[in-house]
Design a protein around this ligand. Sequence first.
Ligand code: NAP
Length: 217
Amino acid sequence: MKIGIFGGTFNPIHYGHLRAAEEIAEKFLDRVIFVPTNITSNKNIDAEAHPQKRLEMAEIAIKGEPKFKVSDIEIQRGGFSYSYDTIIEFKKKYKNDDLYFITGADAFLGLKNWKNAEAILKTIDFIVAGRPKYGFKNLVKLIDFLPDKLKRDAEVDLKERKIVIDEKRAVYFLDTTKLDISSTAIRNNFKNNISNLFLLPNDVINYIIKNKLYESK
Ligand code: NAP
């Protein structure tokens, strides 16, 4: 089976995430596993809902869609959530499946600063979803965002819209429908009593209201 690991803070999960996952699955995958972080090393954790609550929101959001699953692997592991550790754990668990790591464009542009970035790209294929600000017109330029040691051998395959890392690994780019939805804007809307209807699933909105998440302090 072809399985995509979709890591994120998901604070909260919204239709931008869900639609990107849907389009990526349609083109590449049999299953997408959403993996909410425990502690995200690069974010302001004061603004984050508790990991368990972010996990529950993801579970609510994917209900009824059998190809979508949620994993608590990072929350169970505790501490900072490094994608490298997650990828290694998934590789052990899904020995007979083809695994891919899914990110948005912003996350990909910062990838070379992740823990073990080079090893990550040599371990798993990536699928990068386009975002409103980034078209992937110039794949050659995107090689600059790879860890230094991988740049020299990386090659662009324009036909398949991918950067080939080595004989085994590649980074695929897919321009997904450009839904300019952000978790930060959604949280601000909740704080300021502005409607979030149609930006994320209603059941997630109801969960946020019931659990008093993202209220102004
Ligand atoms: P996030 O804000 O929760 O979003 C999850 C993913 O969905 C991101 O890749 C994001 O892309 C994408 N996304 C958000 N809104 C979207 C929209 N409207 N349309 C399409 N895609 C959208 O993610 P995050 O907190 O940046 O974390 C991303 C992953 O990278 C996590 O698994 C995190 O652990 C990992 N990470 C790992 C390290 C490390 O290992 N050292 C460091 C940093 C991040 P954008 O990034 O483009 O918003």
